[in-house]
Design a protein around this ligand. Structure first.
Ligand code: BG6
Ligand code: MG
Length: 222
């Protein structure tokens, strides 16, 4: 029986994923690295350090920087990102999300945030959504980033639920892989070709409806 919803944040509740990609592209250009569209897409959902390492690998610069230098680079990216998100308001919540959260609350479902971003609490404040969730995974407690299932397992545990009782929502293929590796039902939001591993796919958040999600979940659970 469906008892909880686990949400990624960037690209699911709001379009902050585009700001992450913009800030990373700026850093890549500074390092003399041109990312292909697939490499850019592959950054979605990845932790801060994993993202930098993927960019360096794309430019065959894996050994160029020390750990301290990498921290300076991720700090620099984060400063650019923080500037980009500072004007966010509740208007920036993606279509369909307010109604979904309202319906889920009315249905008694518990809700958690499973975002790799250390900026998630700041964004939730900007969006006026901080009080809508029962739990937020602290990414600083994680050993491995998406596609590892750890973040979704922890979100489920924080709600006191089992894998068979939750739905995870993701815009990233690494995120859908994490949900599936946690043994949970995955909703993919975005390009069907990239998110084919999801149990249920929608083009965008406007197409998310709790009644339809409940029906698809019940069918899958048999
Ligand atoms: C994820 C984003 O939610 O958080 C990634 O999809 C980002 O793009 C990651 O790298 C870490 O975010 P932050 O804000 O801690 O640098
Ligand atoms: Mg995302």
């Amino acid at each position: 029986m469906l008892k909880g919803l686990l949400f990624d944040l960037d690209g699911v509740l709001t379009d902050s994923a585009k700001f992450h990609l913009q800030a990373w592209s700026q850093l890549a250009t500074q390092l003399g690295i041109t990312l292909t569209p697939a490499e850019r897409e592959g950054l979605r959902g990845r932790s801060r350090l994993d993202s930098l390492n993927l960019i360096l690998a794309a430019g065959a610069q894996e050994d160029r920087f020390s750990a301290a230098e990498k921290t300076a680079l991720t700090d620099q990216k984060n400063a650019v990102y923080l500037k980009l998100i500072q004007t966010m308001t509740p208007v920036d919540i993606l279509p369909g999300i307010p109604q979904l959260l309202k319906d889920a609350q009315a249905a008694g479902l518990k809700m958690a945030i499973a975002s790799a971003s250390r900026n998630a609490p700041t964004i939730l404040d900007h969006l006026g959504l901080a009080a809508s969730f029962d739990a937020i995974v602290d990414p600083a407690t994680l050993h491995r980033g998406k596609p590892d299932p750890e973040i979704y397992q922890q979100a489920q545990a924080l709600l006191g639920l089992q894998a068979a009782e939750v739905i995870g929502f993701e815009d990233a293929s690494a995120g859908v892989a994490a949900i599936k590796a946690a043994g949970q039902f995955a909703v993919g939001i975005g390009d069907a070709r990239l998110l084919a591993a999801a149990d249920y796919l929608v083009k965008d958040t406007a197409a998310l409806q709790l009644s339809q999600l409940q029906a698809a979940f019940a069918k899958e659970s048999g």
